[in-house]
Design a protein around this ligand. Structure first.
Ligand code: HEM
Ligand code: HEM
Length: 181
């Protein structure tokens, strides 16, 4: 297999394989559709929710078998990685990562967990046992609000870190290539 970290030019590195990128943007599209466009609880809403969960499941599996920077082993936010990251920040150094930085990775895991929890609480509402349960509707709504806040922070952090690290992280999630300046 080709090593995705092979530099395309000396200043650019192929980081995100197509599975990572397709999962990411499908996830964004489905979440946005369900938060702002589709009628809540409609069958299109259910479909979009399940597709989002499918993207998370595929991405999770890809975290074990995917290209080097897609693997959890590359970026899982272990206490040691977090400590090193904070130590650098405390010394005024902003480390530049080829893959995910450990704080971004924590947010990534939180976003994935929120999407799966929404799928679960949404599905439960369609079962005979939990149909019409007010607490479940409220939990689903609270999770949806939490996801919006988290995604807002995540997108803002991606923009801010792009400036700080002088690497366009959003373009990299589209093209797969990080250009270091
Ligand atoms: C990415 C996944 C999902 C997101 C972001 C999402 C988001 C939302 C939002 C924002 C609402 C409106 C809440 C309110 O203001 O009352 C809602 C309602 C609802 N969703 Fe989802 N949803 C997701 C997945 C699902 C799934 C997979 C199902 C079912 C299979 C589902 C079933 C419902 C139902 C039945 C309601 C209406 C609840 C009520 O009557 O208050 N959702 N969802
Ligand atoms: C519904 C909203 C969103 C969700 C659920 C979401 C979820 C995720 C996840 C799970 C990852 C990890 C990617 C992977 O390794 O598979 C990620 C990374 C990323 N996302 Fe999002 N995302 C959302 C919205 C956005 C938006 C609106 C932007 C653009 C402004 C964005 C930009 C990025 C970037 C640049 C990365 C890579 C960060 C890095 O280089 O470490 N995301 N996102």
């Amino acid at each position: 297999m080709q090593n995705p970290a092979t530099p395309a030019t000396p200043e650019s590195v192929r980081v995100w394989d197509p599975v990572v990128r397709i999962c990411h943007w499908s996830l964004v599209a489905c979440v946005m559709l369900n938060e702002f466009i589709l009628e809540e609880g409609d069958s299109a809403h259910e479909w979009a929710g399940y597709i989002a969960c499918g993207a998370v499941v595929i991405r999770f599996a890809w975290g074990f078998v995917g290209s080097p920077h897609a693997r959890f082993s590359d970026f899982f936010p272990t206490p040691q990685r977090l400590r090193l990251h904070f130590d650098s920040l405390r010394r005024g150094i902003h480390p530049v990562y080829i893959g995910h930085n450990p704080l971004g990775a924590m947010m990534m895991l939180a976003l994935m967990a929120l999407v799966v929890s929404l799928g679960l609480t949404g599905w439960l509402q369609s079962t005979d046992a939990y149909f019409g349960e007010a607490w479940l509707q409220e939990l689903h709504e609270a999770l949806a609000e939490g996801l919006l806040v988290a995604a807002g922070l995540h997108a803002t952090a991606a923009l801010v870190m792009s400036r700080v690290e002088r690497v366009n992280l959003i373009r990299a999630m589209i093209t797969g290539i990080k250009h270091f300046r």
